[in-house]
Design a protein around this ligand. Structure first.
Ligand SMILES: NC(=O)c1ccc[n+]([C@@H]2O[C@H](COP(=O)([O-])OP(=O)(O)OC[C@H]3O[C@@H](n4cnc5c(N)ncnc54)[C@H](O)[C@@H]3O)[C@@H](O)[C@H]2O)c1
Length: 255
């Protein structure tokens, strides 16, 4: 995809990976619309990239987001469904926490696609870039809602790609492991144990995304080793689960 002059929406663009993509895409000539729950953070990033911003909750108000972004940008050429939350939790986590994770991490993508696809199909082009996670390809210890909803986000992205790629729609799923943002910091000692050593900077994610925009590949892997883990999960499932459980026991011993 050529970003020169493109109208790009980035949800969760007020910090972390979203901000890094905003800066990188703007440097390539994109016109950026930053959407974030934290309106001040979104406005700061918009100022950095000469774009515009909106304070919005993607769990509740994707309609207003798309309407406002269209009015600002003219047309939305690329939608980056990047906002995400990672609540700690298990099977016993209250259902409202599960519902919030489902809304932010999955349904905001579905609702955005519902509003974007009619125009994109008519134009014969459109680009949907979802920030999923390696947790969507594998799993993540300590957060059942995150593991499950990121699998959901990946499944939806796959479905979109399989259904619409012959009609000019490009879908890409960005699946990093640890990235040094507020989200990683919030995972505490277990997150550090599992992801700390291989964590990368948000700018490195943005660099990998830029490379991937050139060829439109579906899976965007800022940690290339994830491809091997993903293959092992599919072909040696029990061995892979045993390895994950070993890691779980290590976390429990660490207290
Ligand atoms: N940091 C990591 O280790 C990591 C790894 C893999 C995937 N991811 C994914 O990357 C994406 C970006 O996360 P990040 O690491 O940059 O974290 P971050 O916490 O720095 O940024 C997330 C942004 O999303 C915004 N946000 C949260 N809920 C929102 C809502 N309901 N509506 C609008 N905005 C909302 C936050 O205000 C924040 O600015 C997420 O989807 C996350 O799951 C992160």
């Amino acid at each position: 995809m050529n970003l020169g002059g493109a109208g790009v929406v980035i949800t969760g663009g007020g910090g972390g990976i979203g901000r890094a993509m905003a800066l990188r895409f703007a440097a390539e000539g994109a016109r950026i619309f930053v959407a974030d729950l934290d309106g001040d953070a979104a406005a700061r990033v918009a100022e950095e990239v000469g774009g515009s911003s909106l304070a919005v909750d993607v769990a509740a108000d994707v309609d207003r987001l798309i309407t406002t972004a269209r009015a600002e940008l003219g047309a939305i050429d690329m939608f980056c469904a990047n906002a995400g939350i990672a609540p700690h939790g298990t099977e016993a986590t209250p259902e409202d926490v599960w519902a919030q994770a489902w809304d932010v991490n999955v349904m905001s993508h579905v609702r955005a696609a519902k509003l974007l696809l009619p125009e994109w199909l008519e134009r014969g082009r459109g680009h949907f870039l979802a920030t999923v996670s390696a947790a969507g390809l594998l799993t993540i210890l300590g957060s059942a809602p995150y593991a499950v909803t990121k699998h959901g986000a990946l499944a939806f992205a796959e479905w979109l790609s399989a259904t619409y790629r012959h009609r000019g729609i490009t879908v890409q799923a960005v699946c990093p492991q640890g990235v040094r943002t507020n989200m990683l910091a919030s995972t505490g000692p277990s997150g550090q144990l599992v992801m700390g050593a291989s964590a990368i900077e948000p700018e490195e994610v943005a660099d990998t995304v830029m490379e991937a925009l050139a060829d439109g590949r579906f899976l965007v892997l800022p940690h290339p080793e994830v491809a091997g883990y993903y293959a092992r999960r599919a072909t040696e499932t029990d061995r892979w689960l045993g390895g994950m459980n070993k890691l779980q026991r290590k976390i429990e011993q660490q207290g």
